[in-house]
Design a protein around this ligand. Sequence first.
Ligand code: XUL
Length: 529
Amino acid sequence: MKQEYFLGLDLSTQGITALVISLSGGATHTFSISFDDAYPAYHTKGGVLIGETPTEVLADPRMWAQALDDILILLKDKRLTASIRALGVSAQQHGTVYLNRAFEERLKGLDSALPYDRQIQHVFSRDLSPVWMDSSTQEECHEITHAMGGHKEVVRLTGSIATERFAGPQIRKFWKRHPEKYEKTVHVSLVSSFLTSLLIGRLAPVDAGDGFGTNMADIRSGNWSANALAAAAPGLRNRLPRLLVKEGLVGRVSTYVVQRFGFRPDTVVVIGSGDNPCSLVGLGLMQVPGIHAISLGTSDTYFGYMKELEEIERLEGHIFGAADGRFMFLVCFKNGSLAREAVKNGYGLSWNDFSRILLETAPGNQGRMMLPYFLPEVTPLIMKPGIRRFGGLTAEEVRGNVRAVAEAQAMAMYLHSGWTGPRPQSILVTAGGSENRGILTVISQVFGVEVRSFEVKESAALGAAIRAAHAFLNAQGKSVEWSDLFESLVRPNVKEIIQPSTEAVEIYQAPNGLLSLYQACERFASFFS
Ligand code: XUL
């Protein structure tokens, strides 16, 4: 029988990845394009542009469309597209794409001899999309919080406090500053639904994995919340795509996609989602409580599956939807690989050196610590960036600073994930940083649990491909469980297992250990931020 393939596309901050799986062979092909390298005309740095103020961070959606075109042409040239039965999109979360009246008409009339980006130049009512790194909407967050009756109410209803990078505050800012352009905006799409729209040739719905990270949805009912929408901007309801709480197919690929990239006309597309909800699937954690995940990418995220919503008082972290209609929790740290890279490059080190230093140096760094806010931070909320060193650590000490940045990041994750429930029995680590044995070791020492990493580091793209396979097989009446797919596609992929030593864990977790010291330093920094 001819092999059946499934495709996951992940549009991250810095590039696009295509990952192909077969049910028997796991991940068979992976291709990536880096935005900075491939599209110099867009002048991005790390995939993004800085706006009028340093807190405004944006990207051109035309560049994303070009990247989608280029990666699908690459797959076609490798003769892969004709065997793909279903595909799905994963994308950086929270970014918004502002579309005018021409959008859907244009998608219907695309000429397959030409790439997307040449034909969709004029479908945007806003040229640049704000992305998740944007933190310019503090004022709008205050206004939304006030209109909705305070932080607690916003968290209870939408799963998060009003958050600078989320769509609700971002749309509000756009409406306030450019009411005439907002008037011309017929649809506001998220990055995942925008790319999915390009594949199916019409406006695609938003899934709860991405849609709950907007401050606009009622996470209990699974609908856009009238109160939250009213607090964000007028006339928003009609501008948003449908919100779907459960994973499912949203249609077939468009004629343009068939003709231009060589897909079969019956290739189906699963609803697109955010990179973190897709990673939950790509790590095999759907319906698996008790094992948590850390993604070490441009941002670091700490997340896990949640079957029921807990009524807990908290102001940090987020609740998003999971593909089975349940939930996931997530805590995001903006100073992820950017902070690690700044330290590595600052001392002229390679990643191997970085890892070796972490493996050679003693847990606890002799009480020396760093608060690594190279950029404004979202957890804890630090608006004024800056590196602060404590315990006699000086900028000159290479090994001390390497250890300090890795310990700081792991300790921040530990301290800000306590609200999510019982501590995990083990942690899975993914994305670029998961190759670094030193970083994995520090995480296992701070949390005191086993840490695993995988051969396939592109867990978001893998998750998108697994979601496509799951939706496709179930639509064929095969009632496939998530656990069946994880058994054959994720588990064989384990690369490394690291166990912490009891003495190391003590250094962090003892009553007056480093975790409590770090917490005090963080509070000090937050107070003065
Ligand atoms: C999560 C978040 C980031 C982006 C990065 O809330 O902002 O992880 O999804 O792609």
